[in-house]
Ligand binder design. Sequence first.
Ligand code: ZN
Length: 461
Amino acid sequence: MLLTAMTLVLAADNHHGAHHHEDHHQAVAARLEALSADVSEARLRADLDAMVGFGTRHTLSSQTDPERGIGAAVNWVLREMEAFGLEPVRVCDTATGPRIPEPTLVCSAVGIKRGTERPNDVVIYTAHLDSRVSEVMNSTDDAPGANDSASGVAGGLEAARLLAEEQFPGTIIIAALAGEEQGLVGARILADYAKAQGWNVIANLNNDMIGANCGSDGYCEPDVIRVFSEGPRRQGNDAAMRAAMHRLGGENDAPSRNLSRWLDALADRMPGIGLDVRQVWRTDRWGRGGDHIRFLEAGYPAVRVTVPVEDYDHQHQDLRTEDGVFYGDVIEELDFAYMAKATRLNTAALAALASAPPPPMGVEAEGAVQTDTTLRWQPVPSADHYKVTWRRTDAANWGADHRRVDPADCSAEMCEVVLEGIRVDDWMFGVASASTEHLYSPVVSAVPGGDFAPIVEEPRE
Ligand SMILES: [Zn+2]
């Protein structure tokens, strides 16, 4: 398919009736599905071959060997990124830690697809490039890291290819991070870099293992992808916020949770991809972690996107056969049809997030001891309109209840809508920004800590 002919901009439409609203949604979903339809299992496989071909990509492996080790792998990813029109940036810092005994330069490959209208609004796809075997400090043995997480890097590069001919108002960043297995180090460095750039980070989609869907017991779920999100936000969650949350609720409405709901709804709107999002409402798998945690610590909305079922025989293992069982994270264990579906969903998500206006800030609800509820928020300059939505406090996801608000209804400082006959006590409220093409930001919940921006912390005395 010729992607040059495609654009997310639909014809201008002044109708806003309910059925037109549905038409818009279907048209947008069809566009997003089409945008990702050219995904290639062959290209994903070729990328896996290239990455596994570096022998090991351990963070403490060679940075100068042209053929083996993390240095050669980072250089390869940067060249690929440049070929797909991304600005390649080597983001580095010297790190030490429990798993990095000597000061070591940790460099990640970061590709920037600069937004045409709002370059400071960024969505960041991450996957870790580094790999390991059974012993986490072993930097010399072959560590293919095919699923964990060359699959994520390949998905990011394929998304960059699929979107290469497209332009978006917001910025899309694809990052292949080093240092994950040594303590989420590359992610910490990139979160610091984002802060230094002053980026408005709307979302981090951390794709750590998207290449398979079966466990070692043979249990498979080829039509499911998991999205992990934190509960109460980690950053800025001080005593004052906890007290406010204790009074008003909001423990289930941090920005990362709403990003998770947004991804789930997006997948539901694109049945052609054939992937259902299973939202898992915890930060990461039981007792384990990933790079998105560094973004959460920095106050950026972040989720882990990952396989539905893990195969523990084929991750973090020395390549070996024991009692007739093969151990190792090798290409032969991957399912490229599944990886292609995961890549399509990510590609559509990146395109939609970079097309929608940023989520509104300062969303607040008011209405104690009244029969009506009033919602207020700060206007978003690039928003065509807003969607105010509400759900029962025990409802998992946002539903059909919503009200459209136009910028004409806002002052320069504040948008305000009164929901008549809706008692504030029994509902959770939120607001999303929308583009002219009806691409929506994630919903921002009107709760303590609901904002998508990092919480500004008071300097300690
Ligand atoms: Zn991993």
